[in-house]
Design a protein around this ligand. Structure first.
Ligand code: NDP
Length: 412
């Protein structure tokens, strides 16, 4: 058993807490810490209400400002946590990683570190913060698993599996993220609007012809024939996993595509062109100083409030094309389909939080039983994907494959 400290108490943390509780026979004590302790208490109440704890055990809330690494070290020591699952805002990833290295405990997150002052980092993104700490992690023997949500995360494991077993010489790796669900509101982001919009205001980097290509958001779109959810338009988008997969498979093109409806694009474009997505303060005629993006966030629905009404499915896939080990053309799509309503009924969250929150718990369980406790910093495609995907099959995110033989569930 390894005790767990979950940092963050948002939509993803809600899922992490439920899943950790459902598996507390492997994980031990569960602590949840966030800036606002009341949010952790709410999550704990929901875990208790749904009876998620598998065996009797500790489930405790803590207030924590993770901007200061020393606070995180102190809480790790106080709780006796051996695994930290960081699902706080990505602005605090590095102080949390530093604390884990100092305290000698395992670390995992689901997004790259972001500097709030920068609109977009230069590639490779992991090189700016995370990989600079690779030596320190190895020296301390600390297992640090970067980006182990769904995308980045499971899609990286899909890429590794596709290359190990089906497409020995990959020529392209396309990750396609489709939310075919509906929240029933006129307009809403699925996550914190500040983070969500940031993803789409910076340069879109993709790795093509062994170099970085730069595009603008919504500049390059393509309709994809997806399992279960059918034809879906998706746009080339900047995303974390492009930056590690391109380092690990430099000969392949690596692209990330995210599905958007025309309505979302229209609203986003109006907000952006009016300057309402800006993080720079403006002064009103009355002398009031406001940050436009904060105002937009304040008037949009709280993403957490979408869960009860969310219906439909998500389909997130990795499509790898190239040659098999005999040099013949080969192509596989490995994917998961999740259902918003089922996620809500199980853990009280919408499907996107569900797909992001289950994988870090699977990773924590693999660290706890030693399978992934490698004592070094790794991106997900650098670890054995099979135990991870097998465990995900069992705890709520089954993997399917589409190849020349049709579509079917994958087990190992
Ligand atoms: P939320 O915005 O809902 O929650 C973020 C949490 O972080 C809040 O509880 C917030 O606390 C806490 N937090 C912020 N600053 C601090 C701080 N200084 N100290 C302690 N806690 C802090 O985020 P989500 O749950 O939607 O997402 C969590 C993470 O998961 C993000 O990094 C996101 O990018 C990532 N993600 C990854 C996905 C994947 O598939 N890989 C998909 C979706 C999300 P408070 O409100 O009290 O300030």
């Amino acid at each position: 058993k390894r005790n767990v400290l979950i940092i963050g108490a948002g939509g993803v943390a809600q899922v992490v807490a439920h899943k950790a509780a459902q598996n507390n026979d492997v994980l031990g004590d569960i602590h949840i810490a966030s800036r606002t302790a009341a949010k952790c208490e709410q999550i704990i109440a929901s875990v208790r209400e749904k009876g998620s704890l598998k065996v009797d055990g500790v489930l405790k809330a803590h207030a924590l400002d993770a901007r200061d690494s020393a606070n995180v070290v102190a809480l790790i020591r106080e709780t006796g946590a051996e695994i930290v699952i960081n699902v706080a805002q990505a602005f605090v990833n590095m102080p949390i990683l530093d604390a884990c290295i100092e305290a000698g405990v395992a670390y995992m997150d689901t997004a790259i570190h972001e500097d709030p002052a920068k609109i977009c980092e230069i590639p490779p993104w992991y090189g700016n913060y995370e990989w600079k700490r690779r030596e320190a992690a190895a020296k301390a023997g600390v297992t640090a698993i970067l980006g182990v949500g769904f995308d980045p995360g499971v899609v990286n494991a899909y890429a590794k599996l596709a290359i190990d077993d089906y497409v020995a010489e990959p020529e392209s790796i396309d990750i396609i993220d489709i939310n075919a669900g509906s929240h029933g509101r006129w307009f809403s982001t699925n996550f914190d609007p500040e983070i969500n919009f940031r993803e789409f205001t910076g340069t879109v980097y993709s790795w093509q012809n062994q170099q970085w290509q730069e595009n603008k958001m919504f500049e390059v779109g393509q309709t994809w024939d997806m399992p279960v959810v059918g034809d879906q338009k998706a746009y080339l988008t900047g995303h974390d996993e492009v930056h590690s997969l391109s380092a690990n498979y430099p000969k392949a093109d690596v692209r990330f595509w995210m599905g958007f409806g025309d309505h979302y694009i229209n609203v986003f474009t109006v907000l952006k062109n009016l300057g309402l997505l800006s993080e720079k303060p403006v002064k009103t005629a009355e002398g009031l100083e406001v940050i436009p993006l904060k105002v937009v966030k304040a008037v949009l629905p709280d993403p957490a409030s979408l869960a009860p009404d969310y219906t439909g499915k998500t389909c997130i896939a990795t499509l790898v094309k190239g040659k098999d080990k005999d040099g013949n053309p080969a192509e596989v799509m490995i994917y998961n389909v999740a259902d918003h309503k089922e996620a809500y009924l199980e853990v009280g969250s919408q499907g996107i939080s569900y797909t992001a929150g289950v994988p870090p718990v699977a990773a924590a369980m693999l660290v706890a039983d030693g399978t992934w406790d490698v004592g070094a910093m790794k991106n997900v495609e650098e670890l054995d994907p099979k135990p991870f995907l097998n465990l995900l099959n069992k705890i709520g995110l089954p993997t399917s494959i589409r190849d020349a033989g049709g579509e079917r569930l994958l087990t190992f």
